[in-house]
Design a protein around this ligand. Structure first.
Ligand code: SF4
Length: 260
């Protein structure tokens, strides 16, 4: 892990300047915005990767620009085995060490003790508590000391992502800049890149999983279904289908040990 100190610096760009930068990069290749971010912020810049198709394409681009580019991931301890496998394959191919963040054991133990291991199926509040403990809190630790971070978000992925900009103030963390280098890409562009550059990818993509999260919260989609229909499929409101990593959300209404 890079020695960057723990304190994030305030953004050196105003929201208007970031909007202008984002506009300027809108018609440029994804590599251009990544090169800018690496030049401007490395090593206080990292990709947060869940190792879906979008993320592995961005890892390949980053590695070609700077083999020391940083990649962090959140191991919720409930990932499918195929995700752990692709992490290994990516590390082997590129010779990189992915920085892994896991949930706090005590918080997980209290949550499971009070609500059970599969609390996510019982209510949106319980699902968001699980996402907070297993994903959001570890991401907050992963971002300590960073000025900017990247994600593989695309506008076409979900109704919650149609306004994603290539460069923006992090909506959930206004002291950081968020880079979305492939915001304008289509699903077909992602796969064309993966095939052209022979990027290792999650084997679940070949089994009708366009979007891959934790094992208990992801299922394959049927023909014609929305690409994110397999995420938290038992929840019917598409505006709720975020885990808090990419949107500003209030803290969960439940605590790990709250009685309900
Ligand atoms: S996706 Fe599911 S298992 Fe993973 S953190 Fe969220 S609720 Fe928990």
């Amino acid at each position: 892990m890079a020695d960057i100190g723990a304190v994030s610096r305030a953004p050196v760009y105003s929201a208007d300047e970031l909007q202008a930068l984002s506009d300027a990069f809108e018609k440029k290749p994804a590599q251009a915005v990544l090169a800018w971010a690496l030049e401007r912020f490395h090593p206080r810049f990292a990709l947060s990767s869940s190792f879906g198709a979008e993320d592995v394409a961005v890892i390949d681009m980053l590695w070609r620009l700077n083999p020391k580019a940083r990649v962090v991931t959140l191991d919720t301890l409930r990932l499918p085995k195929e995700t752990y496998e692709v992490i290994e394959r990516i590390q082997d191919k590129y010779g990189i060490q992915v920085e892994v963040y896991r949930p706090q054991p005590q918080a997980v133990a209290e949550m499971v003790s009070q609500h059970g291991l599969n609390l996510m199926y019982e209510s949106i509040d319980k699902r968001k508590l699980c996402c907070h403990i297993r994903k959001v809190e570890p991401l907050e630790r992963a971002l300590v000391g960073l000025d900017a971070w990247a994600a593989g978000l695309r506008r076409q992925q979900a109704s919650t992502r149609t306004d994603v900009k290539k460069i923006e103030l992090d909506p959930a963390r206004p002291d950081k800049i968020k880079i979305n280098p492939i915001a304008d890409w289509t699903w077909e562009q992602v796969w064309a890149y993966i095939r052209e550059h022979q990027v290792p990818y999650n084997a679940l993509h070949d089994k009708n999983y366009p979007s891959i999260g934790c094992d208990p919260c992801t299922r394959p989609v049927r023909p014609g279904e929305d690409p994110r229909a397999g995420r938290w499929w038992w929840e019917l409101d598409p505006t709720q289908k975020e885990c808090g990593l990419h949107v500003a959300e209030p803290p969960p209404s439940l605590t790990p040990a709250a009685k309900t």
